[in-house]
Ligand binder design. Sequence first.
Ligand code: PLP
Length: 389
Amino acid sequence: MTYDFDKLIDRRGRNSAKWDRRFIGEGEKSLLPFWVADTDFETLPQVKQALGSCVEHGIFGYTLPPEGCPAAVARWQQVRHGFHVEPDWVSFLAGIDCAIATAVQAFTQPGDRILINTPIYTPFFEMVENCGRRVTESPMPLVNGRYEFDFEDFAQKAKGAKLFLFCNPQNPTARCLTRKELERIGEICLENDLLILSDEIHADIVFDGRRHIPLASLSPELARHTITCTSPSKTFSVAGLVASAIIIPDPDVRRPFIEVRERNSINTGILGLVAMEAAYLNGDAYADQVRDYLQANRDFALDYFRKNIPGITPIVPEATFLLWLDCSGLGLKREELESFFTSAGLRLSGGTAYREPTGQFARLNFGCPRSTLKAGLERLAAAAGAPMA
Ligand SMILES: Cc1ncc(COP(=O)(O)O)c(C=O)c1O
């Protein structure tokens, strides 16, 4: 089956965080949204059918995870990412943000140091700080237009840290780390007996023939030190169903994690798990096609920036549907950047929300039909070409 990702589906008035942002001025309603990281694509028919059957039944009492869901997660990991997962390693949680909070509470104490790389998806530091733990940042330097892992700095800061919150493929830099890089990261973590939470939510969207390598798949020893977080939400447009799968091979890590989950009552709803099972059993062709469509969107955007918007330099995404933009060539002060995008008629995510220090970056979500992307880029080109008021 061929899926139609060019299809325009109006999400306005459907309680979409991206399109219906509340508490905004009238003028802002006309902004084209390229911020919240979900896609504007219809999910696959099997997911709609599975949800439809659940809805048709009409009783939504307390539920259990569908019996086949752990095996569906294991199948997906094996077939798509070469990671052998036993079904009983899998547990379910509301979104991955909950998994971060759960791991922080289960494995660290107030005041402990938790290691992250920056720039990074906001909950990586917000959750830690909200729980009264300390964040240690190991920044990823931008070298010749590509974010690199600074192993020396990381090894230094890994000493005495209690948990490493890792993100690969990475939001917002869209790096997909190589086997060599992952092996070195793994070595450093093992040398320091550092537990890792590896957020791999973007694993299915990897470009140019690269392969995503789950960190835990590198060795049994690393698997015992790793909590792998994954979810169908990005690939299959089901983020609003709020369900994630957490893979923990070591029972001595799994037990305290699940205890905290139970204590905090952050289980998923049934619809999210029904959708997850259907996606992971039937979604291979969809995942291939959405990845290819997004790669073509990426190439379209890169080409457009090169030809029409010289003041903004995109960091070439190796994965994800996130385009990290170096806007320093626009010559704007950090506080002027957001209003520049707003006056262009666009809503992007500002880079400072990811602990990017220069204030010269923004993130553009290209998970949309190409015509929407083109319309957004045209607005941007018009604003970047015009002198600032
Ligand atoms: C790296 C990363 N982790 C987690 C999430 C959110 O996941 P969930 O919706 O499962 O909480 C996002 C969403 O943008 C993300 O980019």
